[in-house]
Design a binder for this molecule. Structure first.
Ligand code: NOJ
Length: 485
């Protein structure tokens, strides 16, 4: 168990934490602003960091400007049949030009942090070599603008837009070293103003989904053995990135990654199911997060892969397992687990019924408890120093009303439910420091193009006009009060 005092004392399991009403909690009190809430119960800790997240290829556009080199996503999206309706990120939200407007949106929300990613190919159009100053200048302008607005930049070094010129992409071990060099270059240039860096975003998406399943760039369907090697190069890139950032950044820089581990919710909240869910987290993330947090591949993973296990060179696991200053997780969905003493691993992952409630993205089943259980399982397994939710949000059935506004009540419902479980994690004193909503605005949703939109601001892609949705108004109020009402 962790030193989570309130949980150990059996406190903090109010009805609200279970997603129901305030009934059964401390008596409601009317607040100065006229709202009513159980005193203190749904307040987040002072200084809790609220933010919004985006990623370069999804919002920047300006695909051919100022020396930016092509990426695997440019190639993929321009290949007929790969992305819904043939959409590309050529223009996207045009944030490359409109970033001052986007900073204004953040400021109006009152958030104190913005997570964005750097397009590697704006800095090194061919993945390595001589840095392109125009690309660096763009991120300098963005960082300076954010700081002027009182917003802390949280920078992801790699959010899937791999320079297309790198031979073999992630199949090639050299790409991990090229990533290290690029991360070093950017940490050196930005860490006088940026304090928080994430190496890579969502390992499974740019490895397995790109090289094994093929639904994401570069769209390959390799063998399991080849894919396992790609996975290894992904975690190695993270490790080399950590090393490079630490060696080149100013003192006090915090380094972590943004990972989307598979997360499991205990089917019933009893010790045996809780342990089962935790074990499922450790086992199913063996190739990614578990390797990073433990500096080794689990024997069970290596045995299961047999002759397909990745080739690991001396020193790799030490790099991969370097202790992190924080761990950020992207949380959207998960599955339930039950203890099953009759199975070899001791648990059973329960299939999600096909007709279970979900949001428009076909994978986005509603499981609000994953926020709490993700944070709790990870805290108990690996005791990270600090945790963030680097992404949470949803696609929704957005329609623009006659008054020009999107009343996305479904997204508000989603956020309110997930936040209830985030609040439980904070109340139980798990080391959760902040939360970034995905996403600041509607943007290019990878293979779904512009058919699934995650923004809390609507973007009219013809005029590029940004309009706050109801969910933005809801989030602004949460940020203002630091409290869930
Ligand atoms: C996670 C990814 O990091 C982000 O790029 C994507 O848009 C969201 N999930 C929603 O699918």
């Amino acid at each position: 168990m962790t030193g989570v005092s309130r949980r150990e004392l059996g406190l903090g399991l109010g009805a609200a934490a279970l997603g129901s009403t305030l009934g059964g909690m401390a008596p409601a009190q009317t607040q100065v602003d006229g709202t009513r809430a159980a005193a203190g119960d749904l307040t987040f800790p002072p200084g809790f960091l609220w933010g919004c997240a985006t990623a370069s290829y999804q919002i920047e556009g300006a695909a051919k400007e100022d020396g930016r080199g092509p990426t695997v996503w440019d190639v993929f999206s321009h290949t007929p049949g790969r992305v819904a309706n043939g959409a590309t990120g050529d223009v996207a939200c045009d944030s490359y030009h409109r970033y001052p407007e986007d900073i204004a949106l953040l400021k109006a929300l009152g958030v104190k942090a913005y997570r964005f990613s750097i397009a590697w190919s704006r800095i090194f159009p061919e993945g390595r070599g001589k840095p392109n100053q125009k690309g660096v200048d763009y991120y300098n302008r963005l960082v300076d603008g954010l700081l002027e607005a009182g917003i802390a930049p949280h920078v992801t070094m790699f959010h899937w837009d791999l320079p297309a010129a790198l031979p073999g992409g992630w199949q090639n071990r050299d790409t991990a070293y090229a990533f290290g060099d690029y991360a070093a270059a950017m940490a050196g240039r930005l860490s006088d103003r940026v304090k928080d860096f994430m190496t890579v975003n969502e390992l499974v998406c740019f490895t397995d989904l790109g090289y094994l399943v093929g639904g994401k760039a570069p769209g390959l369907k390799l063998s399991q053995k080849e894919a396992n090697q790609v996975r290894h190069h992904g975690v190695l890139a993270h490790g080399l990135g950590v090393q490079a950032i630490r060696a080149n950044a100013k003192a006090g820089t915090q380094v972590g990654l943004a990972e989307n581990p598979s997360i499991y919710v205990p089917a019933i909240e009893t010790p045996e199911h809780i342990e089962a869910a935790k074990k499922a987290v450790r086992d199913s993330n063996a190739m990614f997060l578990t390797a990073i947090m433990e500096g080794r591949y689990l024997e069970s993973y290596l045995t299961a892969q047999g002759a397909d296990a990745p080739k690991v060179q001396e020193g790799d696991m030490k790099l991969i397992g370097a202790p992190l200053d924080f761990l950020s997780i992207n949380v959207y969905t998960g599955k339930m687990v039950r203890a099953d003493p009759s199975s070899p691993q001791g648990y059973a992952i329960l299939p999600t019924p096909r007709e279970a409630p979900r949001m428009p993205s076909k994978w986005l089943y509603l499981t609000p408890e994953v926020i709490y259980w993700g944070l709790r399982s990870i805290s108990e397994l690996w005791r990270p120093k600090a945790l963030y939710i680097s992404e949470n949000g949803c696609s929704a059935d957005d329609k623009v009303s006659a008054d020009g506004k999107v009343y996305d009540t479904d997204r508000v419902m989603y956020l309110r439910n997930y936040m209830t479980h985030l609040q439980r994690a904070a109340r139980e004193e798990l080391p959760i420091k902040g939360y970034f909503v995905w996403s600041l605005m509607d943007n290019f949703e990878w293979e779904d193009g512009y058919t699934k939109l995650f923004g809390i601001h609507h973007v009219d892609f013809k005029t590029q006009k940004r309009t706050p949705k109801l969910s933005a108004d809801w989030y602004r109020e949460l940020v203002r009060t630091n409290r869930l009402v």
